[in-house]
Every structure is written in C-alpha cells, then in structure tokens.
Design a protein. Sequence first.
Length: 147
Amino acid sequence: MNKWRIALICLLGVLQLSAFAAPKDNARKEKSKKEEKVKVDEPKRVYLYGVATNFNDSVTYITQVQHLDSVIIHPNGALQNYSIYSMQLKVYLEGTLNEINQTCAVIYSDNKKKLEKRFVKTRKKILSDRRRTLKQVGTNAFVFEKR
C-alpha cells in the first residue's frame, strides 16, 4: 500500500512538471515572429580598446579607444573576427616592444559613451592595484586594422 502511494505521488509530480515544460502555442508564435525580425548582419561602426597583461610581469598595456567602420556585430553580440583584433595587439607588443607572453583582450561596443565609461572603469581598476604599472599605447604607435 505504501509503495502505491509513493508511485502515485511520483506520477502526479511528473505530470505537473510536464505540463509546465511544454511550450504554449503563443510562445511558439512569438518565437517565430522574433526569428522573422532578425536582420542579416549589417556593418556598423564599432568602438574598441585593447588591454594586454603578462601574469608574470607587473606591466599592463592599454590602448586608446579607437573606431572601426563597417564591422559586423552578430545578433548574439559577438564581434566578427574578434580574435584577429586581440592578435593584432599581441603581435604589436611582441614585435615592437619586445613584450612576450602577453594575454590580450579587446573590449568593444557600438555605443561610444558606454565604451568610454567602461574604459575609465578599466583604467581605474588597473591603477588601483599597486602591484600593476599601467602603460598607455597611443594611437600614433598602434591602430587596430579592419580585417
């Protein structure tokens, strides 16, 4: 008798969960409308800056905020050829400044004001760490190239 109760309770629990897990027809219609509204990736003006650090060294490099025209940002927010831009910074630091083993990141946005706020925040964070030395890479020395 006790086993039947447990089995019945489990069966009712599974039925309740399956009722909530199945999408409603309205949700399916809304999803198809959203898929129709997604446009083909259009080129935009993108603003970006780079940060490079070597975890065995105290020096961190940061570039100025720069812009690139006609760059594609996918609907999920990913920058097309993102890795190429971080590699450009890495090649510059290794070739010109002879800084090896740099870990490079590129921060980007299509909104210049938001990116400038993020840039200031990143600089403050690096400067607040007394163990780190911040070196600015000017636009006269390094410029990101569209690929």
